[in-house]
Design a protein. Sequence first.
Length: 182
Amino acid sequence: MSYTTVDEVAGMFPTFKRGTPQQNPPDTLIQTYIDDVAGDIDAVLERRFNEAVQAAPFNGSFTAWVAGLSADAQNVLERVNRYGAAAQLGETLATFGVAAARELAEDCYAHYSDLLGELNARDKSGRPTPSGLYDHLFDSLARTETPRPGFEGVAGGDQPRGQTPAEMGSSQVFGKFDRRGT
């Protein structure tokens, strides 16, 4: 199962002419590049999101799980697949003497590596990270970072004597200078 098309991958190279008898490389080879990269993506998805695949309603059906992904998740997979296949296509075009294709292929490969690393929850050195940028798109129970503070409070040393947490807008029961029962 691939996530992009030959048209999308070939479109990354505006000067690449398709549909002629002399087209080199042929669409079948470009499709092979797409399928190769899709296999890498599937391996990452199956390893990282196995719990989501095993849960109801998918009950272990990877194909059903992928089909049930949101449009945003599908767009991420398409982009990863497109950049990975475009990197391979660019390397092939470079062997035919298209000098600019090599530079574009290197750029596509850099984007592909970054995107696959985020999907795989790996840093640039290949070490695991606590979560990937796209986890929330593929598993509804994935930990999602938030800009909201996890804990709120007043330290006490930074408030005048006698000031209560309620006066600062905090909701904790006790403050540094609160005395109950006296």
